[in-house]
Structures are given as C-alpha cells and as structure tokens.
Design a protein around this ligand. Structure first.
Ligand code: G6P
Length: 372
C-alpha cells in the first residue's frame, strides 16, 4: 500500500534511499571504543578464528556479489584465502572443506534453498559456519554456528539493493574483527578502516544527490538494447551487480566484465553507440589500476563506445574520454563499492520506470527462491 511505501512511489525507490541507514544500522553498536565488537561471534573463540585456513563464501545473486567484494577486503586485511561460490555450484561438486574451513553464507532472506543446502552440506563436512542475514530467526541462521545480522530493515522490492550495502558492511566488520584477532593489521590501519566505514552513510547520501542526473541518463537511454559494465578490483563485482540490476529491473541485456579481460574478448562487442559503464578505481589506490582503466576507456571510446564513468570527485583524467561522468566522494579504495553501486541501482530503477515496468516485482522473479 501507499502507506507502507512511506510516500515513495515504489518500494525500490524507498529502499534505495534507505541505504545510508542500512549501513549505519548495521554498524551501530558494533564499534566500541574504536574496536569491532560482534558479540554474536562469541561462540567462536579467538584461537578458532586464528586457526581458520580458508574461507568459502556461499551465496546467490546479489548476495554473491557482496561476497566477491568482501573477498578483496578480507584477504587484504586478514591474510586468509577467500573463495566465493554460488551456493548451487558449491553443493554439486566435491568441495574441499574441513574443520579449518569457515563457510560464510550470505542471504538477505535467510531462506534461499540453495544456500541453505550449501550450509547444511558444509556442516556435515565439519566446516564451521557463519551466516550473514537480514531476517531475524530465518532458517539459514538457525542452521549456522553463528549469525551476524545485517540491519537493513525489511526489503520488499524483489531485487536486492539496501541489503547489498548492509551485507558488505557486515562482511567488512567481520573482516576487521578477523584481522584484529589474527594480528594482521596495525591498530592504526584498523582505526582508519573503521573510520572509513563510519563515513559511508553520509557519502552514500551525497551519491544519492546525483540521482536526478542519473535518472535523466536513464530516460535518454530508454531504448537501449544492451549495456556493458566494466570494473576492476572491487569495481569488478560492482560491474556484475550493475549488469544484474539492469537485467532484473529493465529487462535489458547487460553484462559485467573485469576491465582487464576486455582485450581477451569483450572488446569485440564494442560498436559505435554501445553504452558502457565504467567503474573507475581511485587514482589514489594502489598498484596504479587507475591509469589502466583510463586506458581501457580510451580503447573502447576509440571504437565508438558511449562511456559513462563512475569516478571519484576530482578525478580529471577521465574527463577527456568519458561521455558522462558520475561522481562519487573520496573513500579508501576498498570502500568505493559501497558508493559506486548506488548510481548503477538508480540507473536500472529509472530505466525500468522509463519503460513503464513494475520495478518492485519484475517478471519471472521471486524475492526469495525457496525451491531448488
Ligand atoms: C533472489 C532475489 C535476488 C537475491 C537472491 C538471493 O533471486 O531476486 O535479489 O539477490 O534471490 O537472495 P537472498 O535472500 O539469499 O539474499
């Protein structure tokens, strides 16, 4: 009903706008005196967390992309290998897991059958299990050794938005907790990361302030038949999520690629007029990824692509090559996904609206898939 939507025209619009709170509420109470504090993890002793040799993340859909983002952060911070598996692929092979494996499941609903079965299987194999979930008392957390709830509030629109940023937030808190226990990050680095996280809600608010322009772009592009998304490092899962949102909400063929893969195939898709969103890493990031992505932009531009860059405020290097630039505030590189995803969600939502589609209940999709 209109009242449930709190004055918004759709649940999707409401939920996209609630993302600053989704992050803030997921952090709330979990940073105490500058340290991560997750009482839900008390069943895991520090020795046990130190003994983890490997983390396997299992999830489906958008939740799996939150897992992919977290892989970069957890490996960097806690120096433990992380693999991300789609739940339905994990179950039907013979994954190598034992009691030194931590299986981390991510599910907004906590009821996705494939993920539930993956967790049960992992436990049978002796793995320890933690669930990241947005729904109190759902089945997956009940079947797990511990649960870290995301506090995004109920998500009604079928395609996930605010749960995604809350999942990344919870996973980052977990990663920083792990890093502290394992002694892999200095106190200063920990404090810096926690400060970055606490600044995210206000920065998402700033990105939401760009929505009008993104909406205009979507309206201009209402007849588009195909959109590509490129990203690198943590921007890669964001490219995947941008493409998924566009498929789900606007029924437009979309694909996300790792920017480094461009020359290994996807560049053949570029023809004049092809719209390409590029998630540009911060020029302040390590390993000089920024110039590499800028040169990707030049390569596709030279072949006629229409480039929409999502770039950090003040990054002037993209200006000569991008047709449109959507700005995100400065953040440490690992935190950029929480900002860069927002314009992509808004774009898909607005394109859906421009096409007169039901943005809350896209055809053929279900909010939670409780069958195999
Ligand atoms: C469905 C929804 C997606 C969601 C996926 C995983 O396909 O349409 O938006 O990402 O399930 O759901 P979960 O509840 O496990 O996060």
């Amino acid at each position: 009903s209109a009242a449930e939507k709190g004055g918004w025209s759709s649940f999707m619009r409401k939920e996209v706008s609630e993302q600053p709170e989704a992050v803030a509420n997921t952090i709330r109470g979990r940073i105490v005196e500058g340290e991560v504090h997750i009482p839900e993890l008390e069943s895991f002793g520090d020795d046990e967390l130190r003994g983890i040799r490997r983390i396997t993340i299992v999830a489906c859909g958008t939740a799996s992309y939150a897992g992919l983002v977290a892989k970069y952060a957890i490996e960097q911070w806690a120096r433990v290998p992380v693999e991300v598996e789609l739940s339905h692929e994990f179950r039907y092979r013979e994954p190598v897991i034992d009691d030194t494996t931590l299986v981390l499941s991510i599910s907004q609903s906590g009821e996705t059958m494939d993920t539930l079965m993956a967790v049960k299987y992992a436990r049978e194999q002796g793995a320890r299990t933690i669930s990241i979930c947005n729904t109190q008392g759902a089945t997956i957390p009940r079947e797990s050794d511990a649960v870290v709830y995301t506090h995004a509030g109920p998500e009604v629109a079928v395609a996930s938005t605010k749960a995604f940023v809350a999942q990344i937030t919870a996973l980052y808190l977990f990663g920083l907790h792990l890093a502290r226990v394992r002694g892999t990050l200095s106190r200063e680095a920990l404090t810096e990361a926690l400060t970055e996280l606490q600044e995210i809600p206000a920065k998402i608010e700033t990105v939401l302030g760009e929505s009008e322009r993104v909406a205009q772009l979507a309206h201009w592009m209402a007849d588009t038949r195909s959109v590509l998304f490129l990203g690198r490092h943590v921007g890669f899962p964001i490219a995947l999520e941008g493409a998924l949102k566009l498929k789900e909400l606007a029924y437009i063929h979309a694909e996300g690629f790792a920017a480094g893969e461009l020359k290994h195939g996807p560049i053949a898709l570029i023809e004049p007029g092809q719209p390409v969103f590029v998630v540009v890493p911060s020029p302040r990031g390590s390993a000089s990824l920024h110039p590499k992505v800028v040169s990707n932009i030049q390569e596709i531009r030279a072949r006629g692509a229409r480039v929409i860059a999502i770039a950090e405020a003040g990054d002037a290097a993209v200006l000569p090559f991008a047709d449109e630039v959507i700005r995100i505030p400065l953040a440490a590189p690992l935190f950029e996904p929480l900002l860069a995803v927002v314009p992509l969600q808004v774009f898909a939502m607005e394109l859906s609206q421009a096409k007169g589609l039901d943005v809350d209940q896209p055809r053929n999709l279900a909010k939670s898939v409780t069958v195999e």
